[in-house]
Design a protein around this ligand. Sequence first.
Ligand SMILES: Cc1cc2nc3c(=O)[nH]c(=O)nc-3n(C[C@H](O)[C@H](O)[C@H](O)COP(=O)(O)OP(=O)(O)OC[C@H]3O[C@@H](n4cnc5c(N)ncnc54)[C@H](O)[C@@H]3O)c2cc1C
Ligand code: SF4
Length: 495
Amino acid sequence: MFENHPDGFLRHLRRPIGYREPALRVADFRQISRFQWDPGQLRTQGERCMDCGIPTCMAGCPIGNIIPDWNDLVSRGAWREALARLHATNNFPEFTGYTCPAPCETACTLAINDDAVTIKDIERAIVDRGWEAGWIRPQPPSQRTGKQVAVVGSGPAGLAAAQQLNRAGHRVTVFERDDAIGGLMRYGIPDFKFPKEQVARRVQQLHDEGIKFRSGVTVGEDLSIDELKGQFDAVCLAIGARRPRDVPVPGRDLAGVLFGMEYLCAENRHQAGEPLHARMNAQGQRVIVLGGGDTGADCVATAHRQGAQSVVQISINARLPDVRQPDNPWPGSPQIHRQNYALQEGGEEAFSLNVVAFLDQDQDGKVDALELERVDWGRDDQGRRTEKLVLEAGIVMPTERVLIAIGFEGPEASCLNDARLTLTPRHTLKADVRKMTPVPGVFVAGDAGRGQSLVVWAIGEGRDVARQIDLWLMGESRLPASLQTAYPPLPPRGL
Ligand SMILES: Cc1cc2nc3c(=O)[nH]c(=O)nc-3n(C[C@H](O)[C@H](O)[C@H](O)COP(=O)(O)OP(=O)(O)OC[C@H]3O[C@@H](n4cnc5c(N)ncnc54)[C@H](O)[C@@H]3O)c2cc1C
Ligand code: SF4
């Protein structure tokens, strides 16, 4: 291995598959990443991997994908073997290959003083190739254990848990309150970031492996936890962390002020053929998006595609520096300012602005402006905002639509209607190291257990909880632990 490209990183520049031209892609709802890629280009990109001995990229990847192996296999054209290596740690590589922010790449050794290997695009190419060539097929288990497991929630955590548990031989039923399966991969993440046919074909694979799906069932309302426990040997709660953080200032109830998630889901449904209610259409409007994260960026990009007149994305925090600071060295994630994909398509970003009120100056019940103040924040030793210094008050910005995308406050645990399922101070579902809640046999995975996070973490959590459930049911398990479980973080120095 690696003998055929000992100096590939010296011979080849980084050339990712990349995205379609902003001016073209903003005119439609089709995927923003380029449709086609050249196998020869990806092979040379695989050659850039140095087999550096200590693969920090793997430590950067939350599921410990065996990145140097598949880089090398791709460089030699061994796509099918690369796919097997990829599936060994990741149930749904296209979920990550299209949406992951790729912390592996910032941890790549080449990134110390050069451009990282295009790890995410190689992952995407391997799995694209796998689907195209028909290599991805159902893998039902050869034996059944006689045990039954209920998985509540069909996001990436629930689906990964279900596939792992089913492959261990348990009979798995997935309960989902929405009408369609997929969690945020289906309703939330826009179609142009992740096309929904990609969710559907995985759901079909899981179905063909023997997993049952029951959509339109809200656990806690239609079925209690005790009823589930009566019918199943174990229960996994993968209900996400969808309680949106609000901006409780005067005027919050005005028409035109919405949570970003309501808006994004409405457009997902529209793309699936449902009519778009006028309340969810930003055409011709001056849109303000509150929140500088992923959800905010997706709102900006959706508003542009709907034909908004202008879009401003506002962050309460100061703009990050353009280059790494001395207290933020490699291989940590770089805390630097990067223009997100949505702003590359248009719109403006603004920083250090705090919302004071939503205004209705003509008294028609609809928002027509936002009152803001420019601020500077004191920080505690954890980097949390403490005292506020107002630098400029009374800033008024006209708008017909405000989308609130300032984060999430944990799972909607109240809908489970079970007093034994409590929240931690971090607003996550309480569980022990086995991921078991205070209710014996009821486990938790994904955002519900770690707070709103990333698709890759959700997949890793789903894999880990499946192993814990298997151990609890059978006393032993052949399911793999993720890198994070196999190698838990070291205790602080000096202990
Ligand atoms: C707009 C947006 C964009 C994002 N973009 C990215 C991105 O680009 N890259 C990335 O890595 N991450 C992204 N994320 C984060 C990522 O989507 C989540 O971390 C991930 O989906 C979490 O998976 P999960 O399975 O834990 O939960 P979810 O995907 O939230 O799924 C939970 C499921 O449980 C169901 N459910 C809840 N309660 C019940 C109940 N009582 N009964 C039955 N079903 C129930 C819900 O309907 C939902 O389908 C984004 C998040 C948002 C909101
Ligand atoms: S899942 Fe994300 S972090 Fe892991 S290899 Fe893929 S792109 Fe990198």
